[in-house]
Design a protein around this ligand. Structure first.
Ligand SMILES: Cc1cc2nc3c(=O)[nH]c(=O)nc-3n(C[C@H](O)[C@H](O)[C@H](O)COP(=O)(O)OP(=O)(O)OC[C@H]3O[C@@H](n4cnc5c(N)ncnc54)[C@H](O)[C@@H]3O)c2cc1C
Length: 117
């Protein structure tokens, strides 16, 4: 038996974020994860971080690292949907470079691309 103020079940992005945020507020928590792989190697991943997520990253002091990882600030982040690498382009989803991206109403942050590696 173990006493804990907060029990978090699941070490995915939401559970990990909750544990971090509780700690930031000074509340201890215990996180349990059923998958041994997740416990040994951090498997939680995300390539696109929306503005609200970046606001949390700023609070946790890692927004700078998020902004600096991955692609050059002036590189557009368009997504191409193709039949193959040298095939036909079916659709292009446009996303300006981080330098040209503007925050949406209600957030001081911009969406960030943080490549998984
Ligand atoms: C291909 C793909 C790409 C994606 N790309 C992005 C992206 O770029 N950006 C983005 O923001 N989101 C992305 N997502 C979505 C993102 O992965 C999910 O929204 C996110 O993983 C949900 O987090 P979660 O913590 O709620 O759940 P999960 O990630 O599913 O984590 C739940 C955890 O709880 C554990 N668990 C479950 N039951 C128990 C139990 N009874 N006891 C103990 N542990 C338990 C599981 O093992 C798991 O580790 C992507 C999803 C996919 C599939």
């Amino acid at each position: 038996m173990k006493q804990t103020p907060v029990l978090i079940v699941g070490g995915g992005p939401v559970g990990l974020a909750l544990a971090l945020d509780l700690a930031w507020h000074g509340t201890r928590s215990t996180l349990v994860e059923q998958d041994a792989g997740t416990a040994l190697v951090l498997l939680a991943k995300a390539g696109t971080l929306n503005e609200r997520t970046v606001e949390f990253c700023r609070r946790w002091g890692i927004a700078g690292e998020i902004a600096d990882c991955g692609f050059p600030a002036d590189e557009p982040r368009d997504t191409f949907f193709c039949t193959s690498l040298n095939g036909h382009v079916l659709e292009v989803e446009r996303l300006p470079s981080a330098r040209d991206r503007r925050p949406p109403p209600g957030s001081p942050e911009i969406l960030r691309k943080c490549p998984q590696c």
